[in-house]
Structures are given as C-alpha cells and as structure tokens.
Design a binder for this molecule. Structure first.
Ligand code: HEM
Length: 422
C-alpha cells in the first residue's frame, strides 16, 4: 500500500467487491462497488466517522477541528453554518476574482521566450491559492505576509507524504517536520491577526469570512482559525490538481481539445468569461469532469465504523477502518466502457443521468460531500476558459508523467509544459 498505492488498490478491486488487508497491525476493509460506497457515505453514514482515520492523523495537527476533521454534532453545526456561503449562486460572485488571477497567469505564460517550458502544476497551485485567499479573506495572498504562499507550500509538502514506519530518510523527514512547525506557527499567527481585524470591523464584507462571521458570531477565535485554514487548505490544492490533469489530457487528445477551443471562441469571442457564461461552457466542464474521473484529486476516502455493521454479508466489527477509492471505482470496466480512454462526452447531461449513484465520486458523497464542489467547478471552468483562450499547453517531449498518490493525486515529477499560441 505504501510503495505502490494505486497498484495495490487496483489489485484489491480485481480481487473482490469487499476485501480486507492488514496495515499497521489493523484490518482495513476496501469497498469496491458504487452501492457499497453509497451505503457507507450516505445510507448508514452516521455509523462511519472520520475520527482516527489516516486523513484525520495527517490533517488534524494543522487544521484542528474544522469542517474537514470534525465529527458528529460539532460537524453538523459547522456544516450548517458554512453551507450558505458555498451555494452555487454565492460562489459565482467570485467569477472576477478567478478570471483576474487566470488572466495574470495567462499573461505570464504568454510573455516568456518562445518554447520556454513552465511548471504547470506549481503555477496552477499558486493560482488557486490566490483565488481562495481572496474569496475567503478578501485580500491578496501577497498582502497578508510575503511568507504565506511559502508556508502553505511547506505544509503541503509535509502533510502530503505518508511517513512510513521504517522511514528511509529520517533526516529529511525531520527537516520537513521542522519546516512544517514553523509554517504552522506562521499561518496560525496570520490567520488570527486577520480574524481579529475583521472582528473589530475591517474588511469589505464581500468574502466568505464575513459570511461565516455573520452566521457564526458565537464562534471562538480558535474555531474560526480552524475553519479559515481548513477552507484555504482544502480549497486550493485539489482544484489545482484537477486543472493540471485536464491540461495534460487535453494535450494528449487533440479532438477533445478542439471541442474546448471551439466552444471558448464561440461563447466568448475573445472576451473574458463571467459566471453568466457557465451554462454554455459545457465542453470545458466535461473536459474537467472526465479528467477527474481518470485522475481523481482525492483518490482514497476513509472512515471508521462506530458500531459493528454488516456490509454485503461481511461482518465489520466496531472501530474498523473502511476505505473507498474513487481511483478504482472510476476505472471499473463494469461501469465504464473503455475505462482508460479519455472521453469527455461521458458527461453530457443525458449520459451523466445514466450513471449509477456513487459510480463517479470525485467530491465524495452523502452529507459529507465536498462543500466546495460548486466553488471548484466554477473556478476550474472559468480558469480553463481563460487560459486556453490564446494558448495551448504542450507537454515537454519525453517528460515522464506518472500519478503519485499522496493526500492528493499529483504528477510525481511535476508537469512541465510549453505554452504555445493556439
Ligand atoms: C476539484 C476540487 C476538489 C475536490 C476533488 C475535492 C474533493 C473532496 C472530497 C472527496 C471530499 C470528501 C472527503 C471525505 O468524505 O472524506 C471533500 C470534502 C471537503 N472539501 Fe473538497 N474538493 C475540492 C475542492 C474544494 C474546495 C474549492 C473547497 C473550499 C473552497 C473544499 C472544501 C472541502 C471541505 C471543507 C470538505 C469537508 C466537508 C465536510 O466534511 O463537511 N473542497 N472534498
């Protein structure tokens, strides 16, 4: 599981719909059928907690008890408080924040010398971080301390890696851990300053923090800190990975790319998109949805059973770790024709309606489904429409592309591409 997680979960899925293996001395059940995913995430969701799951162990030291990590009544109260700010109509208000940031990146990519390669995955992470910080806090990531972007990067690098028990390079881990601690202290301080300023009446009132303060005036500063960092951290790396894989796949599939370029030209005619254009940017949206099928940014979802349960005829004792992998479900030939082929048309309205419940779950499912899914899709579609208006991105010849399953599914060696006029 640690050496080759994707190969491991794929082999387990081939073995059966419910499998068991032992990891760190405890049994782990993997569920490999849409109805079983639905059962654990939704139908019997209250019997499955995130408490003491591997994700919990990685994320709690940084994010404390925010929406991503909390459970039970606390989680329900937080979700109720945050939900209104994440409705589609609310997040569409940030269209210009998104197109401004994407336009800046487009200019940067266009300005370099001909044939210069860019690190697409890094640039897109910087883009989505800029967007979420502005949407959440109403400020520029640069303006809240030059080190903010760097601190987020150090944290991502640390929590992004499972640390094996037989750590091959303890010195490197210790170095990254020290970096993580410094970054955490920095992020903590910056977030607290922003919250204090906002409580005493600062801010323009048009960001997510203001909506959350209005809804949750009873929240302590620590609760609010946890929530702000949770949204900033959960709200950028995943979307950046979805966009990175989309650009890669569009370079490999010229027909799909042509459909996207034609749509951008027809709908926008050279101007920047707004939220009002989203209903007509369907080829862009499908290109992203299909990229998230092949490369789901969250490739593994884990829960722990509270009470003993029976799943598909198998006894699941109380306290058992239960995992669902979007990676395997999204590539299962029982549910997808030619599952390894990139075919955005799988996501036309008509064909999506025929998908089984939980056959496609890039955002998870049930009550704990991603609260930022509208935000993510609005951002990804608008950013794609801006970036591909003038350019196409071409993979550097011979550049090795291989998915690496950390907390998110990233390209192991990064993604080096050359921006070309299209
Ligand atoms: C393509 C982009 C994204 C993907 C693939 C993604 C995926 C997911 C998944 C799979 C979950 C459920 C995890 C589980 O059940 O264990 C989740 C939860 C969550 N996501 Fe996202 N996400 C994305 C973007 C965002 C954005 C933009 C935000 C915030 C602005 C966000 C905030 C959250 C939060 C707060 C939760 C926890 C929700 C809860 O437990 O109530 N995500 N995300």
């Amino acid at each position: 599981m640690r050496d080759a997680p994707l190969e491991f979960v794929t082999a387990m899925a081939a073995y059966g719909d419910v499998t068991r293996h032992d990891a760190d001395g405890e049994p782990v059940y993997m569920l490999n059928r849409p109805d079983l995913a639905r059962y654990v995430l939704k139908e019997n969701g209250t019997n499955y907690t995130k408490d003491r799951t591997p994700d919990d162990a990685m994320l709690r030291p940084l994010l404390g008890n925010g929406l991503l990590t909390s459970n039970g009544k606390e989680w329900a109260a937080q979700r109720r408080m945050c939900a209104p700010a994440f409705r589609l109509t609310e997040v569409e208000r940030f269209d210009q924040v998104i197109t401004d940031a994407a336009r800046n990146l487009l200019d940067r990519w266009s300005d370099g010398p001909d044939g210069r390669a860019v690190r697409v995955d890094h640039d897109l992470t910087a883009l989505t971080l800029t967007v979420i910080v502005r949407a959440m806090l109403g400020t520029d990531v640069g303006a809240i301390g030059a080190g903010f972007g760097r601190a987020v990067d150090a944290v991502n690098r640390f929590i992004g890696h499972y640390v094996p028990t037989d750590d091959p390079d303890p010195a490197d881990t210790a170095r990254r851990y020290a970096g993580f601690q410094r970054a955490r202290a920095f992020l903590d301080q910056v977030t607290r300053v922003i919250i204090a300023a906002r409580r005493s009446g600062g801010g323009d009132g048009d960001d997510l923090l203001t909506s959350m303060l209005a809804a949750g005036h009873a929240m302590s500063d620590t609760d609010l800190r946890d929530q702000v960092l949770t949204i900033v951290m959960a709200g950028h790396e995943t979307t950046a990975k979805a966009l990175t894989w989309t650009l890669y796949l569009l370079d490999r599939h010229r027909d799909a790319a042509r459909a996207v370029y034609d749509e951008i030209d027809e709908v926008l005619g050279g101007r920047l998109p707004t939220a009002g254009d989203l209903p007509r940017l369907t080829a862009c949206r499908r290109a992203i949805q299909e990229a998230m099928r092949l490369y789901p940014p969250v490739w593994l979802i884990s829960r722990r059973s509270v009470e003993a349960d029976v799943i598909d005829g198998y006894d699941v004792p109380a306290g058992t770790l239960v995992c669902i992998s979007p990676w395997t479900l999204h590539r299962d030939p029982r549910y997808w024709d030619e599952p390894d082929a990139y075919r955005p048309e799988r996501f036309t309205q008509e064909r999506s309606a025929r998908h089984l419940s939980h056959q496609y779950l890039p955002f998870g499912g049930g009550p704990r489904i991603c609260i930022g899914r509208h935000f993510a899709l609005v951002e990804a579609v608008l950013a794609l429409a801006v970036l591909l208006q003038r350019l196409r991105l071409e993979l550097v010849e011979g550049f090795p592309v291989e998915p690496e399953a950390l907390v998110t599914l990233r390209p192991r060696h990064g993604m080096m591409m050359i921006p070309r006029p299209r």
